[in-house]
Design a protein around this ligand. Structure first.
Ligand SMILES: [Ca+2]
Length: 191
């Protein structure tokens, strides 16, 4: 009987550790179900934008992040940028997210990071959004396709200090002349 109990406990422990291992494979990092942790960037070359929690267009749970772009896009100011501070180890990582985009074409999304003690900026190539749901948009952070100061702002470098990320930025690029627009983001995962 005693041995049976020990075996049962061991089996339960094994199953528990297996389930936490599976969860660690793809971790939900941002679900927008709680307080909004994202700030709007006020860099010179970004347009006005507001973010808020929304109960529309959630792909996970009940809420998403509503991103209201409030200014006409022009050539040198053709994007908006929102950011969340967090210490992350993104070595060998991929980032996945879902975006609902009600517009037919022309909008793209990119990820960027501030990394290391100097908070150096690295930006991944952008990906096009199609009309409607864009589920599982995936950024592979292991490629030499980041632009940064060291690459003279060409997409040619590895993400530096990827085990010491300080802040994640989501950038929405828009064609010139696009005016007020709203998209929704949800379910950001780290794989
Ligand atoms: Ca959600």
């Amino acid at each position: 009987m005693k041995r049976l109990i020990v075996v049962s406990i061991l089996t339960a422990m094994l199953m528990l550790s297996y389930s936490s291992f599976v969860k660690a494979e793809t971790a939900l990092w941002e679900d927008y179900e709680g307080d909004v942790k994202w700030q709007v960037n006020n860099w010179e070359n970004v347009g006005m934008v507001e973010v808020s929690q929304s109960d529309e267009q959630a792909s996970e749970g009940q809420y998403s992040l509503k991103v209201d772009m409030l200014e006409e896009a022009i050539d040198w100011k053709n994007k908006v940028a929102i950011s969340r501070e967090d210490y992350l180890n993104l070595d060998n990582a991929k980032i996945m997210m879902d975006i609902y985009c009600p517009y037919p074409f022309g909008i793209t999304v990119a990820l960027a990071f501030d990394a290391g003690d100097n908070w150096d900026y690295f930006e991944a190539p952008s990906k096009p959004l199609k009309s409607g749901w864009n589920k599982d948009i995936t950024f592979d952070l292991g490629k030499s396709n980041f632009k940064c100061q060291a690459s003279d702002w060409k997409h040619a470098e590895m993400l530096g200090n990827k085990d010491d990320i300080r802040k994640m930025h989501i950038l929405i690029y828009r064609p010139s002349k696009m005016e007020v627009q709203t998209i929704y983001i949800d379910n950001i995962r780290i794989k």
